[in-house]
Ligand binder design. Structure first.
Ligand code: KG4
Ligand code: ZN
Length: 346
């Protein structure tokens, strides 16, 4: 009954996070998960400013580590290793995390494991739902949109993804066009609730092409044109029309994700998985219209659908600690030469 306790660190975008995950008798447990967001710091600039993010990570990381240890009720001496996001992401932030992890690892004489941020997201359903390999994953956030088959902790097949914007980014830009607050996803979803999803015929890009690639930038342009036309006709944007625009936009995104999921599922099922499962991760997984669509298509295809709790779908360090444990069990160890990588495809 071997037990492994890992500290995880995450600092690749605008969340500084530290977490403690323990694996005991093959059952993982999140002992603590601390996330310090930076939304207010970047709000005046309308997007994440890399230099501001890096400074904030450097300031907050050690505090988050202390907090994670204290919430878990353990000390550094109780750790078996340290996992850190080594990319992809904003390089200043990733470097802050890697330096912090190296410092603790060297000081405490602990093994260090670098983790790919995307692998962290992709391995989350094993932490929350003990999914068996191979399973299908849709990463769908403000920065990512791709289908992956997870065959093992370090073995992924990419089936396709966005060729331009990520859906979360499209929701955020849509909110800006509709004069709604950021982050745009929840605001657009709330507005869409009172709208008609069939009111505007927005495009479903790339559905006419085979494969799982997606495109969302044209959708944003279509929304801009529709809005300008409404404003020209009405001399403003009536509340009811805004709701229709939001509902129609959301429906278009959902339709594309659902149809491409159907194709990804078809491809995945050719691997003859013993326990077919499809999981989502990323902030956009919070959208109930999208989630419902993915659930329906999974059921139609006889595949178990899983969506981890939202706090584990968005950026966090528990997923990094867990991915570190999975890699560590395969024998992965990194040294003081671990590099921060701005780009690192799975
Ligand atoms: O995973 P996440 O927290 O951060 C990264 O992008 O890495 O995802 C944030 C994104 C934002 O673009 C936000 O607008 C979107 O997820 N989002 C949503 C919803 N909640 C968050 N998009 C659509 N519907 C939602 N309910
Ligand atoms: Zn992420």
């Amino acid at each position: 009954t071997r037990s492994l306790t890992f500290l995880g660190l995450e600092s690749s975008c605008d969340d500084t996070a530290a977490a403690i995950v323990r694996l005991r008798d093959d059952t993982p447990e999140i002992l603590s998960s601390v996330v310090a967001g930076q939304t207010e710091l970047h709000a005046p600039y309308g997007g994440v400013v890399p230099e501001i993010a890096a400074r904030a990570h450097a300031e907050k990381l050690d505090l988050c580590v202390e907090e994670a240890l204290s919430q878990a009720g353990i000390g550094i001496e109780d750790l078996d290793g340290i996992a850190v996001t080594a990319g992809p992401g904003l390089i200043g932030g990733v470097m802050s995390g890697v330096m912090c992890a190296k410092g603790i690892a060297a000081g405490a004489g602990l093994p260090l494991v670098g983790v790919n941020h995307l692998a962290g997201h992709a391995l989350t359903p094993r932490l929350t739902d003990a999914l068996a390999y191979p399973y299908l994953m849709l990463l769908v956030s403000g920065g990512h949109c791709q289908f992956l088959i997870a065959h093992g902790p370090e073995e992924f097949t990419r089936l396709g993804g966005t060729i331009d914007d990520a859906p979360g980014e499209a929701f955020d830009k849509a909110a800006k066009l509709m004069a709604l607050p950021q982050p745009g996803g929840p605001a657009v979803e709330a507005e869409a609730r009172s709208g008609d999803p069939k009111a505007f015929a927005f495009p479903r890009p790339l559905l006419d092409r085979p494969g799982c690639d997606m495109s969302f930038s044209g959708l944003k342009t279509a929304l801009l044109r529709a809005r300008d036309q409404v404003v020209a006709e009405h001399g403003g944007l009536p509340r009811a029309v805004r709701a229709d625009l939001c509902a129609s936009f959301q429906q278009a995104v959902a339709d594309v994700l659902v149809e491409k999921s159907r194709r990804a599922l078809t491809d995945y099922l050719t691997h003859a998985p013993a326990h077919p499962a499809f999981a989502v991760a990323g902030g956009v997984a919070a959208n109930s219209a999208i989630r419902a669509g993915l659930e329906t298509v999974s059921r139609e295809m006889g595949v178990e659908f899983r969506a981890p709790p939202l706090r584990l779908c968005t950026d966090n360090a528990a997923m990094i600690a867990w991915a570190g444990i999975e890699r560590f069990r395969l024998g992965a160890r990194d040294g003081m030469n671990l590099m921060a990588r701005p780009r690192w495809p799975l």
